[in-house]
Write a protein that binds this ligand. Structure first.
Ligand SMILES: [Zn+2]
Length: 425
């Protein structure tokens, strides 16, 4: 039997992240990126938020600040300035204002599917670690049937604190369903495709971000020793853990990749959906940075079909700009973000099926514009500027499907379905 003091210490650790929310809030600091600090920074496993004018912004815990000091890397506190400009949650409308909690999302997804029974089908794709359902909404004409139509996958909220990344996929689902029958373009696209929308891949982390600690990023895997969370966008199975630059093997890291590829039920839910179907395009929403990223993330080398990936991304960006005047830069991960990622969603979907796969980092462009704290009044505008890009990608998928129908019909056992290996065009 351990002493009470020991138990208290252990319990203290066990609720570490909760306590962390009160006593261990990160500071936002900025660093200048120089040739001499770049290599050191890569080894520090910092929680990078973005960059602006040559300065990197980091959510730094006291531990990180100590490491920066020990390495002699100068930094500047940005938190007080940012607090004044960042729009926080909590205005009337719900527990987190205009944003969905997991429960509100569940209710609204049920509402959408029951209001549009011929067009929308709500499916539980899997369960999170804490047994929350991970919902997928399938949208198509004759939704109950498996038709030979182009399939597109839209994902939101791998990262808990990126609340806006729930709203854009959800609002796109609502838009498709409410415009069907009145908007000829939407009607035609819904008739010719099957759109799968998964607005909340990480319900446990999101809930934790809502209730306990707004900056929480990972899922809620108990890694032992009071350390929680796997970065779901480093847990996919292509080039998983290929190096320690694009992810971390350290459980306390914000980019901890987990103990194996697809070790987490949340990524397995996405994987299992993806492997059962014939998706022709994928978008995974994140925030923030206001960019459209395409594979590869794990290397600086270009993807096999880089020209196609780039052309589609640039077109999407062009369609987005006129809506609110915001420019989403488009490019390969490393070129846009200055860091590598391995085990991310879109590297895996691209490697598995060879289909255009995008990470869209929603606005703002940087921490100074609000970072993760988009004002509630901006939700709709951010959705509206993303809608034309999604419709374009959907049209591209419909055309691609017409040009290259599957070689085997649906309804065959999964094992007989062709798995495509890149490059396939
Ligand atoms: Zn993210």
């Amino acid at each position: 039997m351990k002493s009470p003091a020991f138990l208290i210490a252990v319990l203290g650790l066990a609720v570490g992240p909760a306590a962390a929310g009160q006593v261990d809030l990160p500071e936002i600091v900025s660093l200048s990126r120089t040739a001499s600090t770049a290599a050191k920074l890569r080894t520090l496993e910092l929680d990078f938020l973005g960059s602006r004018e040559g300065r990197l912004f980091v959510a730094a815990r006291p531990r990180d600040l100590a490491r920066l000091e020990a390495e002699g890397i100068p930094f500047r506190f940005e938190t007080p300035h940012l607090r004044s400009s960042a729009a926080g949650p909590g205005s009337p409308g719900g527990p987190i204002g205009a944003y969905h909690t997991g429960l509100h999302l569940e209710r609204d997804l049920f509402d959408l599917s029951s209001k549009h029974p011929g067009l929308a089908k709500l499916v539980i794709l899997g369960e999170s670690l804490e047994r929350r359902p991970i919902y997928g909404l399938k949208i198509s004409d004759n939704v109950a049937l498996e038709e030979d139509e182009a399939e597109v996958l839209i994902l939101g909220c791998h990262h808990a604190r990126e609340w806006i990344s729930v709203e854009v996929p959800f609002l796109f689902a609502k838009f498709l369903l409410e415009s069907y029958g009145t908007d000829p373009e939407v009607t035609r696209l819904v008739d010719q495709s099957e759109v799968w929308i998964v607005p909340l891949v990480n319900p446990d982390g999101h809930d934790y971000s809502v209730r306990v600690y707004r900056y929480w990023r990972k899922n809620r895997r108990d890694n032992g020793s009071g350390v929680y969370g796997v970065d779901l966008n480093r847990n996919y199975g292509y080039k998983w853990g290929v190096d320690n630059l694009g992810s971390s093997g350290e459980p306390s890291s914000e980019v901890f990749r987990g103990t194996a590829a697809f070790s987490e039920p949340e990524t397995r839910a996405v994987r299992d959906l993806f492997l059962k179907r014939d998706f022709r395009a994928v978008v995974s929403y994140h925030s923030f940075s206001q960019v459209i990223l395409y594979p590869w993330g794990h290397t600086t080398a270009p993807a096999p079909e880089e020209p196609l990936l780039r052309e589609l991304a640039l077109r999407m960006s062009e369609l987005m700009r006129p809506v609110n005047g915001r420019t989403y830069a488009a490019g390969q991960g490393i070129a846009m973000l200055n860091y590598l990622t391995n085990g991310d969603t879109v590297d895996w979907t691209y490697a598995t099926a060879g289909v255009p796969s995008y990470t869209v980092e929603l606005p703002p462009i940087d921490q100074l514009g609000g970072g993760f704290f988009n004002a509630e009044k901006d939700i709709e505008g951010i959705f509206l500027e993303n809608a034309p890009a999604l419709l374009h990608l959907l049209q591209w998928a419909v055309d691609d499907f017409a040009a290259r129908p599957p070689s085997l019909p649906f309804g065959l056992p999964d094992l007989l379905r062709p798995r495509l290996v890149i490059p396939r065009r």
